[in-house]
Ligand binder design. Structure first.
Ligand SMILES: Cc1ncc(COP(=O)(O)O)c(C=O)c1O
Length: 381
């Protein structure tokens, strides 16, 4: 009755946990939710009535121009024709999967990687090749070998404040990754939802801007800097890919909602935009430091972690070899939610890691939640 691919369809654990975690008495470290206080206020009083009509599939020209200008400032010299507006960057992953993935197509991902990308690519039949991460980016020797021997059709990377690990590739790694992709002519999917959420000095120049030969798609979104509920994001890509991506977008949903595009254009071009981003960084920076202190206090003898220089997550590795998935139920029973490591690995494995989001819980509740979580872990040792 169903298509063959439905047999590969998986649910999203994070969305299931979020359904529980959103209850007001639960301290949630589970999602990647921006803090409601950090979201800009929307004002639709001057929304042009003409935007109630159907719009162009590629997105509104004024928004594509503003996005292209922003990307050019960040080191990717593109113009409006290189930009496709998306209904969330999650849609971009889906369009890219439709473009590249057949049954058993080799796809290279970081280990760990973004769980919703795994859900999406596996639906279309991806066979995953994993490359582990170090503090500076992917294990380069392994990356070189996998590109050479397993010839992935594309690689999906999150170089800046990686979800879930928080890793930010350093300058030398970015260059080496670009050189390897050019040498092996592998398409790069570079996903950058967190690049603006930077708290410590680090290199953030997109890898796609260093490519000379390999094709690429670069994803950006307004979900983490503005309002995820609006579902407005974008991709920029190598000219050889745009025609197909444009047609796939047409086939998927005709176009992204025009009211959301208008609101994001207002924000992006407003005089207050740089101050909004600065406030956001300051706000999350403080929360990151509060969680770092709480971890130092309650987890120092039971886990290891690195303080992330940006993004929204701590990736905490327990010293004991226990399955962090088994901690979820007791943690939820104690009204604390987190994400266990397991679903972040494309090829199934047991994980003793936890992803802890610090943007959503209030500063007072961060310490309380981390303390409770540490007690849950200790009870399992
Ligand atoms: C790495 C990564 N890519 C994409 C997304 C999806 O973003 P959007 O809200 O634009 O669909 C997220 C959201 O958490 C993410 O962490």
């Amino acid at each position: 009755m169903f298509s063959e691919r439905i047999s590969r369809l998986q649910g999203s654990l994070v969305r299931e946990i979020l359904a529980v975690a959103n209850q007001p008495d639960v301290i949630s470290f589970a999602g990647g939710l921006p803090a409601p206080q950090a979201m800009p206020k929307l004002d639709f009083t001057e929304l042009p009535a003409s935007l109630s009509q159907y719009g162009p599939s590629e997105g509104e020209l004024w928004l594509r121009e503003a996005v292209a200008a922003e990307m050019s400032k960040n080191g990717v010299p593109v113009n409006a024709n290189d930009i496709l507006i998306l209904t969330g960057s999650q849609q971009g992953l889906d369009l890219a999967a439709k473009l590249f993935v057949d049954n058993d197509t080799p796809v290279l991902v970081e280990a760990p990687t973004f769980l919703a990308a795994v859900q999406c690519f596996s639906l279309y039949g991806a066979k995953f090749i994993e490359v582990g991460l170090t503090a500076h980016g992917p294990d380069l020797e392994l990356l070189e070998r996998k590109l050479r021997e397993e010839k992935p059709r594309f690689a999906y990377l999150i170089p800046t404040f990686q979800n879930p690990s928080g890793v930010c590739y350093d300058e030398a790694t970015r260059q080496r990754v670009a050189d390897l992709f050019d040498e092996h002519n592998v398409v790069l999917l570079e996903d950058e939802p967190y690049r603006e959420l930077v708290y410590d000095q680090c290199d953030r120049a997109p890898i796609c801007s260093r490519l000379k030969r390999a094709a690429w798609i670069h994803f950006g979104t307004f979900s983490k800097t503005a309002i995820p509920g609006l579902r407005v994001a974008y991709l920029a890509c190598h000219p050889s890919l745009m025609q197909n991506l444009y047609k796939l977008k047409q086939a998927a949903d005709l176009h992204t909602n025009r009211q959301g595009q208008w609101a994001m254009h207002q924000l992006l071009t407003s005089a207050d935009y740089p101050a909004h981003i600065a406030r956001l960084r300051e706000f999350y920076h403080q929360k990151r430091d509060i969680m770092a202190q709480a971890l130092d206090k309650h987890f120092h003898d039971i886990a290891d972690w690195a303080v992330p220089p940006g993004g929204l997550f701590f990736w905490v590795k327990l010293k004991a070899n226990i399955d962090s998935y088994a901690l979820l139920e007791p943690a939820l029973a104690h009204k604390v939610a987190f994400m266990p490591g397991k679903p972040f690995y494309a090829n199934e494995r047991i994980s003793n890691e936890l992803r802890l989001n610090f943007s959503h819980a209030s500063p007072e509740r961060i310490d309380e939640g981390i303390k409770t979580l540490a007690n849950v872990v200790r009870a399992h040792l």
